[in-house]
Write a protein that binds this ligand. Structure first.
Ligand SMILES: CC(C)(COP(=O)(O)OP(=O)(O)OC[C@H]1O[C@@H](n2cnc3c(N)ncnc32)[C@H](O)[C@@H]1OP(=O)(O)O)[C@@H](O)C(=O)NCCC(=O)NCCS
Length: 162
């Protein structure tokens, strides 16, 4: 049981000034990191948002990228530095993003995650996401299926959250 452990973080929206730090974190977290170009593309879309989590010293410890599409939220990417995991930072980032989208009219949220990524699937389930389908061989290198997950009612999650 680790649910009593958490960490004070501040959450802010990413700007271009944050790009070098975000790239450094991205390379630590992912085997196939997003490129600088991919981050710039996301930042240029008016429906795409990136929130950053920093610990009190200012160190960047995690980020979430998501789309707000009419009445749905799509989570594209979420990553936490290795030595800062299991401190509820991903949960807090996801909740901040869900609240942001809910306040702009999103009732539900969806995402795709590697079927072998049991940690991420467990995280999303802990937030109330449910498995809704499989896309066979959706990912390459290594090949993996995508699990499609949905949170059908953002409001009921936010109502329960501190
Ligand atoms: C998946 C990831 C984002 C989780 O971040 P995190 O900040 O450690 O997650 P949290 O502390 O908020 O975890 C909340 C709950 O999710 C579940 N969970 C998270 N990581 C877990 C793990 N490694 N094993 C089992 N359950 C896990 C647990 O239920 C956890 O609650 P608990 O710690 O009280 O048991 C992080 O491990 C990561 O960055 N992984 C690499 C990148 C990645 O896979 N991103 C997802 C792309 S879709």
């Amino acid at each position: 049981m680790r649910s009593d452990i958490s960490m004070e973080i501040t959450i802010s929206e990413m700007t271009l000034y944050d790009l070098p730090e975000v790239m450094e974190l991205e390379r630590e977290v992912f085997f196939w990191p997003w490129t600088e170009e991919m981050f710039r593309d996301e930042m240029s879309r008016d429906y795409s948002f990136i929130f950053l989590a920093r610990e009190p010293s200012g160190l960047l410890v995690g980020f979430i990228c998501f789309w707000m599409l009419i009445d749905e939220m799509h989570i594209l990417n979420l990553g936490i530095r290795k030595r800062y995991r299991r401190l509820k930072i991903a949960s807090k980032l996801a909740l901040a993003a869900l609240e942001f989208c809910y306040l702009r009219g999103a009732g539900a949220a969806t995402l795709e995650v590697r079927e072998k990524n049991k940690a991420a699937i467990k995280l999303y389930k802990s937030l109330g996401f449910e498995e809704a389908g499989i896309r066979k061989n959706y990912y390459e290198s290594p090949r993996d299926n995508a699990v499609i997950m949905w949170l059908y009612d953002i409001y009921s999650l936010l109502e329960k959250s501190p």
